[in-house]
Ligand binder design. Structure first.
Ligand SMILES: [Zn+2]
Length: 111
């Protein structure tokens, strides 16, 4: 038997196959899920339905690190903008805020 090779996706951006969870039978509408190509179809699982997969721990840790980094950078950018009354950082501040919200959503929900 070959080893299953899973890939990990955000349902909001990447949709593979029928997007039905092979574990619980429900639709995968949002959050993270894993997928493997079974040749004629994709086998997908909600994150919540495949938590025994150690890869989720890695993905969560990477997201937490990224959020921590972004939060620090965001607060430094906001302080800089306030002090120097510059609007140059507006776009970056907005995109960091969005990215933090996105990462938070994936960590919490996952379903
Ligand atoms: Zn499921």
């Amino acid at each position: 038997m070959g080893k299953c090779v899973w890939s990990y996706h955000d349902a909001r951006y990447t949709r593979l196959g029928l997007m039905i969870c092979a574990s619980c039978g429900n639709a995968i509408d949002s959050g993270m899920y894993r997928s493997r190509d079974a040749g004629d179809r994709y086998v997908n699982h909600h994150k919540a339905c495949s938590l025994s997969d150690k890869k989720w721990t890695e993905i969560d840790a990477a997201n937490k690190n990224r959020i921590a980094y972004l939060r620090e950078r965001l607060s430094a950018s906001v302080a800089f903008r306030t002090k120097w009354k510059m609007c140059d950082l507006d776009d970056e501040i907005n995109s960091m805020t969005t990215e933090i919200a996105e990462a938070d959503r994936l960590l919490e929900g996952g379903v």
